[in-house]
Design a protein around this ligand. Sequence first.
Ligand SMILES: [Zn+2]
Ligand SMILES: [Zn+2]
Length: 269
Amino acid sequence: MEKLEVHILGCGSALPTMRHNPSSQVVNVRNKLFMIDCGEGTQLQLRRSRLPFTRINHVFISHLHGDHCFGLIGMISTFGMLHRNGPLFIHCQERLPELLRSHLDFFCDDIGYEVVFLPFNPCDREVVYDDRSVTVSTIPLCHRIPTCGFLFREKPTRSMQEQGLSDAVRSYAYCSDTCYLPRLSECVKDVSLLYHEATFSESELLRAKQTFHSTARQAAQVAKDACAKRLVLGHFSSRYENEKQILREAQELFPAAELAHENMRIEIV
Ligand SMILES: [Zn+2]
Ligand SMILES: [Zn+2]
């Protein structure tokens, strides 16, 4: 089976803790590496992961909260010091280039490669990347500011086509940050692996509503309604010393739920 893996670099929420890094992960599709979100400290996590990060050519940013994009400028600068020469494509909302511009001009004026911003509208479902191995499309979410998730869907290989296995393609959906969104299950129907935020446990339901985040139970409900094969929970609030309760609540509804953790590698089968 061709490689399809997710590497968790960070699965904490906005407030930094000793236990979790802010959001970032790398999806390996047939040895092409795609980054989703880039919270502060992501480049150190990349080092720890031992991923060949010179092979990251595309970064997808879900929304413009700092815990999802503060790591960009440091990583861009470091790539320059490491003599990267191929362009780095950043798929993001329209405002990000203007927000980063002065930092790029001042700190990264001598990097030997191009940073190319490819804007998308997070309110639409659109294909933002496509090659012969994979299609990446946006999934509009509901958060305090415009936010989208990303759906990676592999394309059948020639041998799969020859064996009549074209329908057996695998998929991965990243959904963070969002309040509970019942319609999301339609967008991620039958997904092989769903990463859904579970910032809070059920006792913080009101807080989840107020901050446009989800509880573990709500994440499990989406996975269940979508008939997802597997659910990984992340974006944990800093208030929890561990996430045992979060896992328990999710597994009551969806037994194939598990907790994300830093340096976790998930093989999608
Ligand atoms: Zn966040
Ligand atoms: Zn957010």
